[in-house]
Design a protein. Structure first.
Length: 202
């Protein structure tokens, strides 16, 4: 995979910082901090942009600042600005249907009820772009209760015990992205899709 742009989905501003819905932001912030780089505002992209690596290893990281429902506007602007194709993107996105501590890498797919992915599909005109879904778990097993608590759950912060699992997940995401660039999406998916955080598995 010729990965050129890594996009984390989330909502901007301190009100949403550290929430489950912003786990895509958290993954990028972790990678940028580890690299010693920093994000800068890029107004034409409606987002925050960082670059890590040098030469052919350079990777751009984008955090849209358009709010989740309009993420596609920022991503489309970045695709046009850098002259990229949708198959050169990887989107990091939260998923309530996946338990916390698990990951799911796919080369394409529907929005699956996620407003951020829906916006991307609308603005890019295709669903043929890779996405790494990061599990945040559901607030309840009962469908009715789950639906009534969904907004509070995704916009709420990770608990202390969840933070311990999240730390393992973010480390695996960073390792997985490096693996995608080395061996390709399909082979990397074999590892990432079988990952289980230790406390989640116990």
């Amino acid at each position: 995979m010729d990965l050129q742009l890594l996009v984390g989905l989330g909502n901007p501003g301190p009100r949403y910082s550290g929430t489950r819905h912003n786990v895509g932001f958290l993954a990028l912030e972790r990678m940028v901090a580890d690299s010693g780089q920093s994000f800068r505002a890029h107004n034409k992209l409606w987002g925050l942009l960082a670059e890590i690596g040098l030469g052919p290893q350079r990777l751009r990281l984008l955090m849209p600042q358009t709010f989740m429902n309009e993420s596609g506007r920022s991503v489309r602007a970045a695709v046009d600005w850098f002259g990229l194709r949708p198959d050169q993107l990887l989107i990091l996105v939260d998923d309530m249907d996946i338990p916390l501590g698990r990951l799911r890498l796919r080369s394409s797919g529907s929005a699956g009820g996620h407003n951020g992915l829906r916006s991307l599909i609308q603005h890019l005109g295709t669903q043929e772009f890779a996405r790494l879904r990061i599990g945040i778990g559901a607030p309840a097993g009962d469908p009715g209760e789950r639906k009534s608590r969904a907004v509070g759950h995704v916009l709420g912060p990770f608990t202390a015990s969840e933070q311990r699992i999240l730390a393992q997940v973010l480390e695996e995401v960073a390792s997985g992205i490096a693996l995608i660039r080395q061996v390709g999406l399909e082979r990397a998916a074999t590892r990432l899709n079988s990952f289980r955080a230790l406390s989640e598995a116990s």
